[in-house]
Ligand binder design. Structure first.
Ligand SMILES: [Mg+2]
Length: 347
C-alpha cells in the first residue's frame, strides 16, 4: 500500500480511498475546519467515509486544547467525535517526557490545559515554577493569554541544565482574524534566551506519528492534510501514504515545487477525495497524461500541451503537471516556471 518508492508522480487507486485504507489520520485546521467553521464538504464527506467503515482520527499539532475540547468542537460542527478520536502534540510530547523521566516526576509546564492534562495522563506532575524542583521543561502553545513571564520561567530552568521538550515548532497558527505567532515562535524566544535545543514531538517528527498509530491501532493509515512540511512530511517520515487537500495553506504552485519528502501520494480538492478512487497518471513519451490533460517540460517551462474538452477535471491537469514537475526536479524541488500552466487550470 505504500507508494514511497514512486514519489515522482501522484499514485492512482482503483478503489475509493475510504475502502483502500482502514483509518484516516486527519489534520484539523485547513482540512476539517478553518477559523472555527467547517471546511466545505468536510461534514458530509466524513460522515460518508465513516459510514463506509473507515475509522476517523484527528491529529493536531495544537497542544492548547484537550482532546475533550477538540472533540466537542468537532461534534458541534456536525462531525461526531469522542476524545479518544483526537490525538494532540501535547500527548506525543508527554509520552516523550515520560519515557525519559521516572514515574511521578515534576515537569515545568509552559503552555495550556491540553499540555497539563496530557502530562498527568502519563503520570507526570505539572508544576509552574523553576523553583518547584522540576526534572524537565515542556513547552506547548499557550494561546493569546500566555504571559511573557512563562518564557522567563522556562529559561531559568533550562539554564540550570534541565532537559527541554516542545510539543511542536509550527512558527505560525491560523486564527479567525489572520496569522498569529505559533508555538515555534514561542520556542524561538526561549532558544534565544538559553542557546539550548528542545526535543520536539509534533508533526512531521516520528513521536507524533508513533503516538497516532499507538492510539488508533491503524493497520493501513492514510494521512490527510493541507500542509506539506508537517502533514505530508510526517507521513513520508512514517512511511505511510498521504492525501493533500487544497482547502488549507497549500496551493498548486507550492505542490509543484515540492521536494520528495513533501510530495503527497494523492492530491484532491477537498475531503470528497476520500470517497473516490484516484486516476492514474500515465507516461506518454516524455510527457504525462491524466484525464485528457497532457503535461510536459518544454524549454525550461512546465506546460499543458493538451486539455480535455468541456467537463474535464482541472485536478487531473494538476496531477499530470505534478508528474512532469517532480520527474524533472528529481531529488530537489522543481524550479521551473509554472505560473502559466497553473493559471490555465483555473483552480
Ligand atoms: Mg492544517
Amino acid at each position: 500500500m505504500s507508494h514511497q518508492h514512486q514519489r515522482s508522480r501522484p499514485a492512482g487507486s482503483g478503489t475509493a480511498l475510504n475502502e483502500a485504507y482502514d483509518t484516516a489520520l486527519l489534520d484539523l485546521d485547513g482540512v476539517v475546519y478553518a477559523g472555527g467553521e467547517a471546511v466545505a464538504y468536510a461534514v458530509e464527506s466524513l460522515a460518508e467515509a465513516r459510514a463506509g467503515g473507515m475509522r476517523l482520527a484527528y491529529v493536531t499539532n495544537n497542544a492548547l486544547r484537550t482532546p475533550d475540547a477538540v472533540a466537542e468542537h468537532l461534534t458541534r460542527l456536525g462531525v461526531p467525535a469522542g476524545p479518544s478520536d483526537v490525538i494532540t502534540s501535547a500527548q506525543a510530547v508527554a509520552r516523550l517526557v515520560a519515557d525519559r523521566l521516572p514515574p511521578g516526576a515534576r515537569v515545568l509546564a509552559i503552555g495550556g490545559e491540553g499540555l497539563r492534562v496530557a502530562l498527568r495522563e502519563r503520570g507526570l506532575e505539572p508544576v509552574d515554577s523553576a523553583d518547584d524542583d522540576p526534572a524537565a521543561v515542556v513547552q506547548g502553545y499557550g494561546g493569546p493569554d500566555m504571559a511573557w513571564g512563562r518564557f522567563a520561567e522556562a529559561s531559568y530552568a533550562i539554564r540550570r541544565g534541565l532537559p527541554w521538550f516542545a510539543s511542536n515548532t509550527d512558527l505560525t497558527i491560523p486564527s479567525a482574524r489572520g496569522i498569529a505567532p505559533g508555538n515555534g515562535a514561542a520556542v524561538e524566544v526561549v532558544r534565544i534566551a538559553t542557546g539550548a535545543e528542545p526535543q520536539v514531538a509534533g508533526k512531521p517528527l516520528p513521536p507524533m506519528h508513533r503516538e497516532t498509530v499507538l492510539r488508533t491501532g491503524a493497520q493501513r493509515p492514510l494521512v490527510v492534510g493541507d500542509r506539506l512540511d508537517t502533514d505530508i512530511e510526517g507521513a513520508f517520515n512514517g512511511g505511510v501514504d498521504s492525501l493533500l487537500v487544497l482547502t488549507g495553506v497549500t496551493d498548486a504552485a507550492q505542490l509543484l515545487a515540492a521536494p520528495p519528502q513533501h510530495r503527497p501520494t494523492y492530491v484532491d480538492r477537498d475531503l470528497r477525495g476520500l470517497l473516490t478512487g484516484q486516476p492514474e497518471v500515465e507516461p506518454a513519451g516524455d510527457a504525462y497524461r491524466c484525464g485528457g490533460w497532457t503535461a510536459a517540460v518544454r524549454g525550461g517551462r512546465l506546460v499543458l500541451e493538451d486539455a480535455p474538452g468541456d467537463g474535464g477535471d482541472a485536478l487531473d491537469g494538476l496531477r499530470a503537471l505534478c508528474a512532469a514537475a517532480w520527474t524533472s526536479a528529481g531529488p530537489g524541488g522543481c524550479e521551473l516556471e509554472t505560473e502559466k500552466a497553473v493559471a490555465r487550470l483555473g483552480l
